[in-house]
Design a protein around this ligand. Structure first.
Ligand code: GTP
Ligand code: MG
Length: 266
């Protein structure tokens, strides 16, 4: 079952651009020149932060969006929710993708507080929760809190890398029993770590993105074969630190990525 990763808006496009995975096709939808769907009129240069424009354009181009997602069993939608294009288009993209029969996961970056775009992002996210099967959120403020001296550009570069890796992992898990292990609706993700299996998972748990109610839901650990083989030890370690008994899925990729369930409070 082929997977399509769609980068939506400027941030979403950057999140998917670096992906090189045999099982994942990549497409771009944007309101500037870098789009697989050409938007007319030609003078559109982004939605200038206005998500109602992004939304209206997505509706205008819904036939083209349907064509873009058609034939894919899985669609992963990437967007930053602080702008006009990603925030406006991504929920509709999720809706169309689901309507086309694809299993749909959104990977989104929540804007930093200083940007002052939280309300719009929240509205877009709330709508997305109604359409996508699962939503994976990367909170840029939490990414930044991991390295306080980083510039905004450095923070979003880290976020792009985490998002790209998360998308590859999700595509891989979607070929297997995705929904039986991703039992919650919303997740965040902790970074991949290199190192010995017994160290990797506890280290991932110190990641600033691991900021959720530890009593909520079940974490999904997508791990390489070495970690997978140690699943009892890893399980005990995670359980003793957080109280969660995780779901451990074997990965064909090196390293470990932890998906942490987050409650969504409307
Ligand atoms: N991961 C990531 N996030 C980014 C990047 N640039 C901006 N962001 C975040 O994503 C949000 C949306 O920015 P863009 O993607 O540039 O906006 P857009 O969706 O293209 O919308 P418009 O340009 O307003 O039409 C911003 O508010 C930032 O929080 C990036 O390169 N990578
Ligand atoms: Mg843009």
């Amino acid at each position: 079952m082929k997977t399509l990763a769609v980068g939506c808006g400027g941030a979403g496009s950057k999140m998917v651009r670096g992906i090189a995975a045999d099982n994942v096709d990549i497409a771009f939808i944007n309101t500037d020149s870098q789009s697989d769907i050409t938007m007319v009129p030609d003078d559109i240069r982004g939605c200038k932060g206005d998500s109602s424009v992004g939304r209206a354009l997505a509706e205008d181009y819904s036939d083209r969006i349907d064509k873009m997602v058609s034939g894919y069993g899985n669609v992963i939608i990437a967007a930053g929710l602080g702008g006009g294009t990603g925030a406006g288009m991504a929920p509709l993209l999720a809706e169309r993708s689901r309507a086309a029969g694809a299993r749909t996961v959104s990977v989104i970056c929540a804007p930093m507080e200083f940007e002052g775009r939280g309300r719009k992002a929240y509205e877009s996210l709330a709508e997305m929760m109604g359409h996508a099967d699962r939503v994976v959120q990367i909170d840029l403020d939490l990414v930044a809190s991991g390295s306080p001296s980083s510039s905004f550009d450095e923070v979003i570069a880290v976020a792009d890398r985490i998002a790209g890796e998360a998308i590859c992992r999700i595509a891989e898990i979607m070929e297997g029993p995705f929904f039986s292990i991703f039992t919650e609706k919303a997740y965040t993700v902790a970074q991949v770590r290199d190192g010995a299996p017994e160290e990797k998972v506890p280290e991932a748990m110190t990641d600033p993105l691991w900021k959720s109610d530890p009593a909520y839901g079940k974490a999904v650990i997508h791990a390489d074969a070495a970690t997978y083989r140690m699943r009892k030890e890893v399980n005990d370690e995670v359980c003793s630190m957080t109280g969660i008994i995780p779901e451990i899925a074997e990965s064909g990729r090196p390293g470990t990525m932890v998906f942490i369930p987050v409650p969504f409070r409307p």
